[in-house]
Write a protein that binds this ligand. Structure first.
Ligand SMILES: CC(C)(COP(=O)(O)OP(=O)(O)OC[C@H]1O[C@@H](n2cnc3c(N)ncnc32)[C@H](O)[C@@H]1OP(=O)(O)O)[C@@H](O)C(=O)NCCC(=O)NCCS
Length: 330
């Protein structure tokens, strides 16, 4: 009988654009205040891509760094999974553009659309492909240029989002790096967080532009309530499926949407969890699919995450979509 193949993270990298937009800058654009944004969300500033900088550029930069830390050459990559809700174009996929830019000559790839849960879905797909034996080296990337779909005249949403990318390299391993992966969707609530136009339902027209339908629309208060309960359930289930108890989790990386959501879920998980929550939304805002790999990459770079650590990652986003994943840092 052949040995079981597991998947493990072998390298991680991130990229954020140079330009920083602070809360003070936003005060000049819409009726808001630094105090409101900080206390209601925890965000102080966010990075915004330059006009000629696209999601594929950020994804490629993050992937290059992840490959370098893994010691993997681009032509060793078998598959590229890009999670994004802001692809460069409707098609070809961003994964194709990343494949070309990296020179990943052997790789196939595709984009996944699962909003803020996208990275955990990409990680799941990449991990499953490796565990099946058909793929040996895979890139799972979360990358977003949310500034392109942000309504800069709406204070309800424009203070929340930022641009960036994070990537991991996954390789076959004789020990399980991905200890559990739980994913869910509920399309019954599609319209509490969505971009109405630009697809086949409402193609671009002078009316769709005039009605701001190409931008993110969110029922914030409703989303908040569902996010807390769903993320708590996903966290508990992911820990159980990994065969662990909550006190065995060393770090938590929650999708970075709002510090109050992270705080509420961490407190409900048990004592000491708030301290184990890795947070960077203060500097980046909500970067959707990029937020978890970006936070993971920073935490590894800062030396917080060490060999043997067990990391719980939890996401929630438009769709609705959610996921909980436990990873062991091998
Ligand atoms: C968006 C969010 C920060 C808003 O915070 P909130 O506490 O729910 O605030 P509300 O929407 O209830 O608005 C409270 C008031 O602040 C106002 N307000 C909204 N945005 C504001 C801003 N940028 N500056 C100042 N005031 C603002 C509202 O108009 C409202 O005023 P009113 O009471 O006079 O009507 C919060 O709901 C949230 O984080 N939601 C979930 C986001 C999320 O998880 N997304 C999922 C993944 S992407």
């Amino acid at each position: 009988m052949s040995e079981k193949i597991y998947a493990a993270i072998a390298g991680v990298g991130h990229y954020v654009p140079e330009k920083v937009l602070t809360n003070a800058d936003l005060e000049k654009m819409v009726e808001t205040s630094d105090e409101w944004i900080r206390t209601r969300t925890g965000i102080r500033e966010r990075h915004v891509a330059a006009a000629g900088e696209f999601t594929s550029h950020m994804a490629t930069a993050a992937a290059r760094r992840a490959l370098a830390t893994a010691g993997v050459a681009p032509d060793e990559v078998d598959a590229i999974y890009v999670a994004t809700c802001t692809p460069d174009m409707i098609f070809p996929s961003t994964a194709c553009l990343v494949q070309a830019a990296l020179g990943a000559s052997r790789a196939y790839g595709y984009d996944l659309s699962a909003a803020c849960t996208g990275f955990l879905m990409a990680l799941d797909a990449a991990g499953a492909a490796i565990e099946s034996g058909r793929v040996k080296v895979a890139l799972a990337i979360g990358a977003e240029k949310l500034s392109a779909v942000t309504d800069w005249s709406s204070r309800d949403t424009c203070v929340l989002f930022g641009d960036g990318a994070g990537a991991v390299v996954l390789k076959a391993s004789d020990r399980p790096g991905i200890r559990s992966s739980l994913l869910g969707v509920d399309g019954n609530q599609a319209e509490i967080l969505y971009i109405p136009a630009g697809g086949s339902r409402i193609p671009a027209s002078p009316e769709s532009i005039q009605n701001h339908q190409h931008f993110i629309h969110m029922a914030g208060r409703e989303t908040f309530k569902i996010a807390v309960n769903t993320m708590l359930g996903a966290a508990q289930e992911a820990i159980a499926r990994a065969g662990l108890t909550a006190d065995q989790i060393d770090w938590m990386i929650f999708h970075q949407a709002n510090w109050r959501i992270i705080d509420a879920v961490a407190r409900r998980l048990g004592e000491g969890f708030v301290e184990r929550a890795i947070m960077n939304l203060e500097r980046y805002g909500n970067t959707s699919a990029a937020s978890i790999p970006l936070a993971l990459s920073e935490a590894v770079g800062e030396g917080k995450i060490k060999r043997g650590d067990k990391i719980l990652m939890v996401a929630f986003g438009g769709g609705l979509t959610w996921g909980g994943t436990v990873v062991e840092w091998l």
